[in-house]
Design a protein around this ligand. Structure first.
Ligand code: GLP
Length: 243
């Protein structure tokens, strides 16, 4: 695993944007695996800025997102569909038809998950998968004890994730309790993985995930087994790691 230490959140975002930019420049028709949450916001701003400056062209790029809440419509500002359009897609020249997000409103959610996995395969797999890290070590919405061999599937969110994500909602009761997420296997099949983490609050889980045993109780620990992972984290997030 390649670990890149950043000074702070913005430095992390810039360094991670460099890696995604390189991917898009070297392979314009690449498939990017994208993530939501607060971690990638700065990185997306950097990509938008570079696009506006004429340094990046997304016209041939394709994307697949990691996950989506079940039950939120596309016009709901808390849906990941809305998040991606607001923070990235509508600000760059990616073709809307080339962007893919699990359908959280499908009548048959299990079928929607199976179809999503087929979509990823039909695109030829993910070239570069961006990940954030949940407080409990989740990646996507793969909560602790998720079997490593699962592909895209529906999940019940843990209490800790519902609590953590309630900061984006008016009240706790508004947070969806289920989601559709790419599985650990779908994530591990990506050719390259980029995980970004910042802040003191994640120091303990970063240490467990990347320096502890590989275990389903810390889903991100599986990344230690992937041949091409880059962790870009700020000094606070890396403060407990023996570097
Ligand atoms: C959510 C998302 C994850 C994300 C995590 C961390 O649960 N499903 O993909 O990595 O939150 O979020 P944040 O970056 O806001 O800490």
């Amino acid at each position: 695993m390649n670990i890149i230490k950043a000074n702070n959140y913005d430095d992390m975002s810039r360094k991670a944007a460099n890696i995604i930019s390189a991917q898009v420049i070297l392979k314009p028709d690449c498939v990017l695996g994208l993530a939501t949450g607060s971690s990638p916001l700065g990185l997306y701003s950097h990509l938008v800025e570079r696009y506006q400056q004429g340094d990046l062209d997304f016209s041939h790029t394709k994307s697949v997102n990691l996950d989506e809440y079940l039950g939120l419509t596309h016009d709901n500002p808390q849906s990941y569909y809305y998040f991606m359009n607001e923070n990235l897609f509508r600000k760059i020249n990616i073709v809307p038809e080339n962007t893919h997000i699990p359908d959280g409103t499908a009548a048959d959610a299990d079928k929607a998950c199976a179809d999503y996995e087929k979509t990823i395969q039909s695109l030829g797999g993910v070239d570069l998968q961006l990940l954030g890290l949940g407080n409990n070590g989740h990646i996507g919405f793969n909560e602790p004890e998720t079997p490593f061999e699962q592909t895209t599937h529906c999940v019940d969110l843990t209490e800790s994730t519902i609590q953590a994500n309630s900061r984006f909602f008016d009240k706790l009761e508004d947070v969806p309790t289920q989601a559709c997420t790419m599985g650990i296997k779908s994530i591990m099949m990506a050719r390259k993985i980029l995980i970004i983490v910042s802040g003191k609050g994640k120091a303990d889980i970063v240490h467990k995930a990347f320096f502890g045993p590989v275990t389903t109780s810390v889903p991100a620990s599986v990344l230690q087994l992937h041949p091409d992972v880059t962790l870009v984290a700020d000094a606070e997030a890396l403060s407990l790691c023996p570097l």
